[in-house]
Design a binder for this molecule. Structure first.
Ligand code: 5AD
Ligand code: SF4
Length: 457
């Protein structure tokens, strides 16, 4: 009988120690960032070193996003730029991972138009990276596996190596996929049906992270509220609350139709849980919500906000809104602005509707002209900017507990950034050694997007 070889061993034999390096480029959401940490973890476990740029890499993995057309075009243009890397070094292997790799028309497109791409790998199959690379090395053939499609319930790969981006902040996926089929959204088609991790696996991972010094855990899932194992999501949050240590707990994303009273009751009662909730509204018009298949109306949404604020009046609330959904009238859009004015979110992520091939809304009549969508977007941003600034202003003079992330990404010498409990961005002067530590910052200035403050004892 021929010996069965471990694909990772085959890759290890191909990799040149100290020379072959891997580069992972990430587009899109936090789930993709978490997936990239696994892709890099797998690459390192097969002997690749870590490349600082794609030009010095022998393995380039592009972890793509399919949520809007803009994200797809950006990824394709960057993939196009890797042609010269492959031309210079034939050992280079380029893989397209992430949500675009689960869209049959994109896989076909990549196969035909990007001959230097060696393989595609859909998000549910990250654990197959070693066998895909081993096969590519052995056969010298390109591999474009047909995605499993929207009915698939792929198994969860536990125990994959993870190379975390930050030593003090960690993503922890609790569930994968989505069953909601909002009519604009590609996610249920590219990430398959909902499946939850065992609570024991999640708890063990978090205990390990906390004992290794991680100070902030964000639970991830396309719709964390539909988490189900031997407990529901509120049960999972409560059990995490029992873990000892000095760390913060956040979660995202929630669907308003599934927010339970038990979850609301976790705020102010569960140790570690921060006073912050991201609750996508998408539209303030009941007619649009219905056509989006969101399965809640504005009244229900507002009642959740009211109950959250009854529980904790200071809770930070953020949301997602889509403008220019097919058939959105001036009155529908005005209704969205009305909800923004009445809820007064701390911040809102707003997006112009982008038709996604294969989703129901892509076939809907009455597209909103792009210039109308852009004008609505501008009005929404102006309004929200004013509200965010007004909500941040009372923080001036307060001293807030901030988790110091590290040097400010804009490179201003001596300036560090961090996040408040409500996840607001803060800039302050501090020594770099404070990265990963909780510090007290007295807020001196506040605008719509960030706070500035002074380190206090
Ligand atoms: N067009 C524009 N925005 C979209 N989103 C999801 N699908 C689309 C689309 N087709 C937005 C939603 C979601 C966020 C992650 O992206 O607001 O909550
Ligand atoms: Fe997309 Fe709706 Fe699922 Fe969120 S809940 S991932 S918007 S289908």
């Amino acid at each position: 009988m021929p010996a069965i070889t471990d694909p990772a061993d085959e890759v290890r034999r191909w990799v040149i120690p100290g020379e072959s390096r891997a580069y992972v480029l990430t587009f899109g959401c936090q789930q993709n960032e978490a997936d990239s940490e696994r892709l890099l973890g797998l690459a390192l476990s097969m002997g690749y070193g870590r490349a600082e740029t794609p030009e010095e890499a022998e393995l380039i993995l592009v972890n793509t996003c399919a949520i809007r057309e803009h994200a797809e075009l950006k990824a394709l243009s960057i993939i196009g730029g890797f042609k010269h890397v492959k031309e210079k070094n034939p050992r280079v292997l380029i893989g397209v991972c992430g949500c675009m790799a689960a869209e049959p028309h994109r896989v076909d497109d990549i196969k035909r138009r990007y001959p230097y791409v060696g393989f595609t790998l859909e998000p549910a199959k990250i654990g197959s990276l070693p066998s895909v690379i081993a096969e590519a090395i052995k056969t010298k053939k390109r591999a474009f596996l047909l995605p499993d499609g929207p009915t698939a319930v792929p198994p969860i790969d536990e125990g994959l190596p993870v190379e975390r981006h930050s030593p003090h902040k960690a993503w922890v996926s609790v569930m994968y996929g989505c069953n909601n089929f909002c009519t604009y959204c590609i996610v249920p088609y590219v990430r398959g049906r909902e499946r939850s991790r065992e609570s024991g696996e999640v708890l063990a991972e978090i205990k390990g992270l906390v004992s290794s010094g991680v100070k902030e855990i964000t639970l991830l899932g396309q719709n964390v509220n539909s988490y189900r194992s031997d407990c529901d999501f509120a049960g999972l949050v409560s059990r995490i609350g029992e873990i000892e240590g000095d760390f913060r707990l956040r979660f995202m994303t929630s669907h308003p139709k599934d927010v339970s009273s038990d979850l609301i009751a976790c705020f102010c009662a569960t140790p570690h849980l921060t006073a912050q909730f991201h609750l996508p509204l998408q539209s303030g018009s009941d007619a649009i919500l219905k056509r989006m298949n969101r399965r809640y109306d504005v009244a229900r949404y507002l009642s959740i906000v009211e109950r959250l604020r009854e529980r904790d009046p200071a809770i930070t609330l953020t949301s997602d809104v889509i403008v220019g959904f097919p058939g959105e009238t001036d009155a529908d859009f005005a209704a969205t602005l009305d909800v923004l004015k009445s809820v007064r979110f701390d911040s809102v992520y707003s997006f112009i509707y982008s038709p996604r091939k294969g989703t129901p809304a892509a076939e809907y009549p009455d597209p909103v002209p792009p210039e109308v969508s852009r004008e609505r977007m501008r009005r929404l941003l102006d309004l929200q900017c004013e509200i965010s600034a007004e909500k941040n202003r009372p923080l001036v003079g307060q001293t807030l507990r901030v988790l110091c992330d590290g040097p400010s990404p804009d490179g201003t010498p001596g300036i560090m950034t961090g996040r408040t409990e409500g996840n607001k961005l803060v800039h302050f002067a501090a020594p770099e050694e404070l990265a990963g530590r909780f510090v007290n910052i007295k807020i001196d200035r506040a605008d719509a997007f960030a706070l500035r403050g002074t380190l206090t004892e």
